[in-house]
Write a protein that binds this ligand. Sequence first.
Ligand SMILES: [Zn+2]
Length: 129
Amino acid sequence: MPEVLTVDSFYDFGRKGILMGLTCGSGHVTVPPRASCRICGSTGLITTQLSGKGRIVSFTEVFVKSKEFPLDTPYTLALVQLVEGGSLLGVIDSTSITDVVHDAKVRIEFRQLGEEKTGWPRIFFVSDS
Ligand SMILES: [Zn+2]
């Protein structure tokens, strides 16, 4: 039986630069992992490697710094629709993408922030055009 993708193993793969998701029998992609398909509710999910590529569907500017998310503000948070289906929220890498626009092609990068040595890496998006 294949190992079920947990949130911890999702981020463990992320540290290796690999985006893993879950696919149900109908081909729906669920990411980050959860117990059932986000579309049909099926619990028969198979761990699948995803390309990490997608397009920006929405974005917003964040002006408030938080202890839990120690990034210089403002930064841009984007919702990205993945090529295989499913979507993820992540931070736009402003050195890679200077002009954030709807439908821009991006790819995921998992990064530890600042002095973080432990804990889950954060989701960033860089340009893929
Ligand atoms: Zn499904």
